[in-house]
Each structure stands twice: as C-alpha cells, then as structure tokens.
Design a protein around this ligand. Structure first.
Ligand code: ADP
Ligand code: MG
Length: 451
C-alpha cells in the first residue's frame, strides 16, 4: 500500500470535514508511518496533538481510513520530530484544494465527480451561533433549506472574512441532504469553478462541465467575487444560472461584497444575482462572540470561564476564524501543560493583542470622535441630521458599544437620543460598513488609538 498516497487522500477528506483552524492545528504536521494489515501508525509532532487526535478525532480517522481500504484499522501514534512530519509542499497542495469537491485530483471527465462532494458535514445550523449580525442570513438560509428553489432564489450572502458565510451556505446544503437524501447538492468555490471551466475548455469537455452543473438541484457557489474579470467564466455561469433558475433549482452564493460592487461583473449577472434575496452579514457583536467562544471551547473539551470568554471576545472582534485559531492554541497549550485555561494564561499567550486598558468614559469617546471629524460635541449631541454630523454620531455609538460594551439604551442616553433603536441601527450600520470598507476600518482603529 502506498502510505503517502493513502495519507494524502485521508487528509484531503479530513480537511473537508473539519474547520480550517482544526485542520491546520491538529492534522497539518501528521504523517502515516506504516500500515501493516490493520495496524496503522500515525506520526505526530508531539504528545498533545496525539491526545487531541485520540480524544476528538479518532472515530473520524478510523472511518476515513477504513473507507480508503484498510478494514477495521487499529490506530496507534508515534512521536516524530517535526522535521520528519512536516511536509510543507504537500500542505500547500492540500490548502489549495481546501474546498475541492474531492481530495483526489480533479479530472473533468465528470465521472469522478460526486454530487455529494464539496459539502462539509461539520457545518450545520445546529452548531451555528445566531446573533444580531447574522440572524437575518440565518433565517433566510433556513427558509431556503426547507423550501429550496422557491423562496429566495438566488440567495446571496455577503460580508467580510471569517464571519460565517461558508458555514451557513454549507449548512443549507447539509440540511437539504438531510431532508432529501437524493437531492443533488453541489458546493464549489468560485476559484475551483473557474479552474474547472478553463480545464474543460482546454480538454474540450465543455459539455460535460456544463451538464454537471446544470444537473444540480442545489448549486452553492462560494466567494463569487472571484469571478470578477473572468469574462468567459461569467458567460458560462450565466447560462448555468439561467438553466437552473428556470428549472426552479436553488442557487446560493456568497461574496465578500454586494453584487453591485463586484468590479467587471457583467450587467446581466449583476441583475440576476439580485433577483432573489441579497443579505449582508457582518462581524458578530460582543454577546455573539461570547456565545461562539463558549460553544467552541466546550466542543474541544474545555469549559472556559466567563471571564476568559469575555476577555477573548474583547480581543478578537471581526474574524471568527481567528477566534477559533486562538481557542485551539489555548486548548493545545493547556493540554500540553495539563493546566486549566485562564485569563492570565491567555494574556501571556496573546498579550500583544489585548492589553489596552479600557478606563475611558463615554464622554471621552464622544470628545475624541468629534475632534477626529472636526465637529463640535454639541452638534453630535444635538438633534441635527446633517450628514457630516450624523456620521461621527454613528461612529461614536459604535465605539461605545464595541469598546465599552454599553447597552443600547445607555448609548442613546450618552448621545442625547430618546430612542435606543436608533443606536441599534447605527451600530449595526457601522459594523456592516467596517467589514466592507478598509478605509473606514483604519479610521476607527485610529480613533481607538486616540482613546
Ligand atoms: P466566511 O466564509 O464568512 O469567511 P466561515 O464560514 O468560513 O467564514 O467561518 C469561519 C469559521 O468560523 C468557521 O469555522 C465557522 O464554522 C466559524 N463560524 C463563523 N460564524 C459562526 C457562528 N455564528 N457560530 C459558530 N461558528 C461560526
Ligand atoms: Mg468563506
């Protein structure tokens, strides 16, 4: 048995079944030492990775290895120096195919495709934490999952990096398969779609390619912004879109921005992308971040204290993928030293991230913001609705929420508003714009620095 190939295939499948953070942390530096009959020896760089693999992933490993030809595998681990486990170029290849429908090399014959491919069963509605920043998207996705092809078609989710777009659109796929095991659900990253299309032209397999995608009941295309500038692919996608839409097949897309903001997207695609429902998602608020951290830490077998959860939620604000990475590192660190996770430890690990004392008052925030935008504090607190006053007012609300975690009624009071729903809308609006506009992001960072 070719152990290297076997491991590559196994890792490829694992990569599709666990989150990127988990994959990188626990599997990246493993290799297959030997396979003798049923005895499978996996090389790991250290004992805490071994512990995690045993505790959390053994069942999955057994299942996948079995699927790849070793009947009833008996897994054991062996510690190897990193130089013997790290295979950087392999990792690069695997990372490239992160969302690939199959770990095996793609051929365009269509035959190697399976409709179930590409869907990662770990992304479900159940393990998705719902909060203000994503509840609309969540509800729409659930609507589509119960009634594919009828309600919102296409469903278009957009927003910044690491906020759960892929998770949600995959969850729709999983739910539809659960309700109807015969549904042909295709998930593909746009990069892969482009690549396959180019290959199809090159190998004159255009009809196979077209047939494959047009045969789907549900087509999920991730990160569609990457279709920008790819005219031929856009044209192909246009036809696929029409064929599916006319047949009432569900189309789901994600993007880092609104269809109208994707440069060089042909007008006809732009208009089609807006036919159904376009929903923006943005970075989760403090409470949602806390809920996500609690959920993910208990999933790794640790219950973080409320204090630690809040500390981490205060440190990482925009990107849940980053949060996952940090949780994994804390878990690894604690396993290795057999200690309980704590704020002190997290601070020592990530001191440079947190640390900023939060001793300033709401008044200070309003002063700094007013100063930054050259408006007077009186104007910000006044009922005036001029654009150049309203904007800093919103920014101040956002920072009061994000830095000081003030409640919305308190934010309203601090800014002389009567109605706290204005504060909710303003904070949400800024959060949304932040995830789309790097310039605004650096402005807000600048203000934070001045506080
Ligand atoms: P995006 O596609 O928007 O860049 P992902 O869907 O890949 O982001 O999310 C990044 C990681 O964070 C994934 O592992 C995902 O499972 C996790 N995640 C994001 N949002 C949530 C949520 N609300 N609840 C639980 N996990 C989440
Ligand atoms: Mg994504």
């Amino acid at each position: 048995m070719d152990t290297e190939l076997l491991w590559k295939t196994v890792l490829g499948e694992i990569e599709l079944s666990v989150s990127k953070g988990n994959f990188v942390t626990w599997f990246k530096n493993t290799r297959l030492v030997s396979v003798n009959d049923q005895a499978v020896v996996i090389g790991v760089p250290n004992v805490f990775i071994q512990n995690q693999l045993e505790k959390r992933f053994k069942e999955m490993l057994v299942e996948i290895i079995q699927k790849n030809g070793v009947s009833d595998p008996k897994i054991s681990f062996q510690n190897l120096p990193v130089s013997q486990t790290r295979k950087d170029d392999e990792v690069v290849v695997l990372t490239h195919t992160a969302n690939a429908p199959s770990a095996k090399p793609q051929t365009v014959d269509g035959i190697t495709h399976s409709y179930r491919a590409g869907i990662n069963t770990r992304y479900t509605f159940d393990n998705f934490v719902v909060g203000g920043s994503n509840e609309l998207a969540y509800a729409a996705c659930q609507g589509v999952a119960t009634n594919p092809g009828s309600k919102y078609n296409p469903l278009f989710l957009y927003g910044g990096v690491g906020i759960g777009k892929t998770h949600l659109i995959q969850a729709v796929g999983n739910e539809i398969i659960k309700n109807n095991p015969n549904a042909q659900v295709v998930y593909i990253s746009t990069e892969q779609f482009v690549q396959e299309f180019l290959d199809a032209i090159r190998y004159k397999k255009n009809t196979d390619f077209a047939g494959y995608y047009r045969g789907a009941d549900v087509l999920i295309v991730d990160d569609i912004q990457f279709i920008a500038g790819k005219e031929k692919t856009q044209e192909e996608f246009f036809h696929t879109f029409n064929a599916l839409h006319q047949a009432n097949k569900q189309i789901i897309m994600s993007s880092d921005r609104h269809p109208g903001d994707i440069p060089t997207l042909s007008e006809r695609l732009q208009s089609r992308f807006g036919w159904g429902m376009a929903i923006d998602m943005y970075a989760p608020d403090f409470e949602t971040r806390c809920a996500i951290i609690s959920q993910k830490s208990s999933a790794s077998g640790f219950d973080f204290s409320a204090e630690l959860v809040e500390y981490l939620a205060g440190v990482i604000k925009n990107n849940i993928r980053e949060l996952e990475g940090i949780i994994n590192q804390i878990v690894a660190f604690c396993e290795m030293r057999e200690i309980e996770p704590s704020v002190e430890m997290a601070k020592a690990l990530f001191g440079k991230l947190g640390g900023r004392p939060r001793h300033f008052s709401p008044k200070r925030v309003i002063d700094v913001v007013a100063n930054r935008y050259s408006v007077s504090v009186e104007d910000i607190l006044s009922p005036k609705r001029d654009k150049d006053i309203v904007f800093p007012r919103h920014i101040a609300m956002f920072i009061l929420r994000d830095e000081l975690h003030l409640s919305f009624p308190k934010i309203a009071v601090a800014l002389g508003r009567k109605d706290h729903t204005t504060a909710i809308h303003s904070v949400e609006k800024i959060a949304r714009e932040l995830s789309l506009d790097p310039r605004l992001k650096s402005e807000v960072e600048e203000i934070r620095g001045l506080l």
